[in-house]
Design a protein around this ligand. Structure first.
Ligand code: MN
Length: 203
């Protein structure tokens, strides 16, 4: 297999009560696995694709053979988005952002509270399935939303953090209350990992 699903970096129940065990199990083992399986299906048809990283594939979708371009966009995006998602969360995470990302958030949004409010409001409005992302563009942090599994990488932007607002990410526990899920999610953020991603985004 060209691409593989890594195990979660913590137990399925480790993010309770913010994200419940059943959601984590389904989300990682079924949803994320399906993206990886489908991406590998595209590589079966065009083995050269397996020589690139999923991030490289997304960064140049125009170079993907047309018959699998949509499959790579959706499932490569699903793979990369979820890999980031598991890594930027951790048990006993949260708190105020530390390090360089903390300073940059204060500089660009006024305060962490203002940033969270703007991120949550923007992402809550994403119609249907998609993601809210934080990116670094022209020397400033910016909040963007994307439909489906589209990645900011396809716009030349590196996702520093992102929250999944597909219903599969929150429906079992939060039902239709997306804003409640968005507000709670900050309790499990791994700011060390977000700082690493910010450093990468600045390169
Ligand atoms: Mn998801």
């Amino acid at each position: 297999m060209a691409f593989e699903l890594s195990p979660l970096p913590y137990d399925y129940a480790a993010l309770e009560p913010t994200i419940d065990e059943a959601t984590m199990k389904l989300h990682h083992d079924k949803h994320h696995q399906a993206y990886v399986t489908n991406l590998n299906g595209a590589v079966d048809k065009h083995p050269d694709l397996g020589k690139k990283t999923p991030e490289e594939l997304l960064a140049n979708l125009a170079a993907i053979p047309e018959d699998v371009r949509g499959v790579v966009r959706n499932n490569g995006g699903g793979h990369v988005n979820h890999t980031m998602f598991w890594q930027i969360m951790k048990p006993k995470g949260g708190g105020v952002p530390i390090g360089e990302i903390g300073s940059q958030i204060a500089a660009d949004f006024g305060s962490f509270e203002d940033f969270k409010k703007k991120f949550n409001e923007t992402t809550a409005k994403q119609f249907g399935s998609g993601w809210g992302f934080l990116v670094f563009k022209g020397g400033k942090l910016e909040i963007v939303t994307k439909p489906n599994q589209d990645s900011p990488l396809s716009d030349g932007l590196y996702p520093i953090l992102g929250n999944d607002v597909w219903e599969h990410a929150y429906y079992l526990k939060y039902n239709n209350r997306r804003p409640e899920y968005l507000a709670a999610w900050w309790n499990v953020i791994n700011w060390d990992e977000v700082n690493k991603r910010f450093a990468h985004a600045k390169k």
